[in-house]
Ligand binder design. Structure first.
Ligand SMILES: Cc1ncc(COP(=O)(O)O)c(C=O)c1O
Length: 391
């Protein structure tokens, strides 16, 4: 049977990260390839107890359809959270989504026409890239610096082409771990006004700060309704709950709600009720503090080991939060080609090409995750990787 796949999907490849994870599944490996919270932080007991309580007390609320915008108490909690971050919630609304990924999809669905230009950080999150690609948008990479996107390069792009949307992960970036400073955030909004583009601010890691000072979210500086904010509880509670949210200017949010009705009707009620209970629970602050301390300790040890064992010319970012750091071997070699050797030696990482708009170009960069491996695995794995990169 010959199947005719739609123009939207026919050229779209599955995530290269999934391919690496598949390659690592069958082997006994130290993996720096993941992008998920440490399993010991998942509040399994709370979720089990709360689920039992909800199903005993109010099964119909949890198991029937819910409204598309989301479970009202959770919408109220997330609205208050956005307000506390400084966002203008008189002119913006909140909708609960099935993870932050769905905010990216609904944004693309509501804003993009075929051929529209989406400026993305280079490198960027592959889930974002693939979403924009699936709407036949044109993704153009703009260099990401230690303090955020290169605004001069972005302005150059805006002068040459009409940019419809900028996709940014300004805080504890995936994959680079860097954070855009406040000055750049303000300048970015001015650029958005000057060249009339919308901004999708994707912030899954913002709560996971373990060093440095908080930087206000771009949404808090958005006086002209240019920013759609994507939040998620995946990295701070559990990705399996699939609870995220969009905070967006009302007219855009109203369309996103209609779009969500087309996609999956509503976000699972049971997950929303559990998530809302957890963020209001006594243990929430301690839980976040535990995640921050754990990731800070692991990140620090990973950086020390990279400094000790990687080739002298290799560099790495110094994250102040989140789950990842980014290395550059700075030697012209392609980390895609080196991955097989690393896996054969017992260590996995994500090669940098997977996060680029043009995946055919060789790059000497790689993403390393520190939330999953233990301190001992970090020490052993980085030493092995250093040996592979020095060979
Ligand atoms: C930058 C970024 N955005 C969005 C997501 C999607 O998260 P979820 O859909 O689980 O909330 C991720 C997950 O890895 C991510 O790293």
């Amino acid at each position: 049977m010959q199947y005719t796949i739609s123009n939207k999907m026919k050229d779209l490849e599955g995530s290269a990260i999934r391919a690496v994870l598949k390659m690592t599944q069958s082997k006994d490996l130290i993996t720096f390839a993941a992008g998920v919270p440490a399993p010991e932080t998942l509040p399994a007991q709370f979720i089990a107890d709360k689920t039992e309580e909800i199903l005993a007390k109010n099964p119909a609320l949890a198991l029937q359809y819910g409204v598309t915008d989301g479970y009202a108490p959770l919408v109220a909690s997330l609205t208050a959270r956005m307000q506390a971050m400084g966002a203008d919630m008189e002119n913006n609304g909140v909708m609960v989504t099935s993870g932050g990924q769905q905010v990216i999809d609904l944004t693309a669905r509501c804003l993009l026409n075929e051929g529209d230009v989406v400026a993305v950080e280079a490198p960027t999150f592959i889930g974002g890239l693939n979403t924009f690609r699936s709407y036949n948008a044109k993704c153009i990479g703009v260099a990401l610096e230690q303090d955020g996107i290169d605004l001069n390069a972005l302005e150059d792009l805006c002068k040459k082409q009409k940019v419809k949307l900028l996709y940014t992960i300004p805080t504890f970036h995936n994959p680079m771990g860097v954070t855009m400073n406040e000055t750049k955030r303000r300048a970015l909004l001015k650029l958005a006004d000057r060249y009339d583009f919308m901004i999708l601010e994707d912030n899954p890691y913002g709560e996971l700060r373990f060093a440095g000072e908080d930087v206000p979210v771009i949404k808090s500086m958005d006086t002209n309704g240019r920013v759609i904010y994507a939040g998620t509880l995946s990295k701070v509670i559990a990705p399996g709950l699939r609870v995220g949210w969009a905070a967006a200017p009302r007219p855009v949010l109203d369309k996103m709600i209609v779009a969500k009705q087309v996609v999956d009707v509503h976000t699972t009620m049971l997950s929303q009720i559990v998530a809302d209970a957890f963020i209001h629970s006594e243990g929430y602050d301690a839980h976040i503090a535990q995640c921050r301390a754990l990731y800070g300790k692991k990140c620090k040890r990973m950086m020390e080991c990279i400094d000790a064992f990687f080739p002298a010319q290799a560099t790495h970012t110094s994250p102040e939060g989140g789950l990842f750091l980014w290395c550059d071997l700075n030697d012209g070699r392609d980390t895609r080609a080196l991955l097989e050797k690393a896996v054969a030696s017992g260590v996995a990482y994500i090669p940098g090409y997977t996060f680029m708009t043009d995946i055919t170009k060789p790059t000497s960069t790689l993403r390393l995750n520190y939330s999953i491996p233990s301190i001992e695995e970090i020490e052993k794995g980085i030493e092995i990787l250093g040996g592979v990169f020095k060979a």
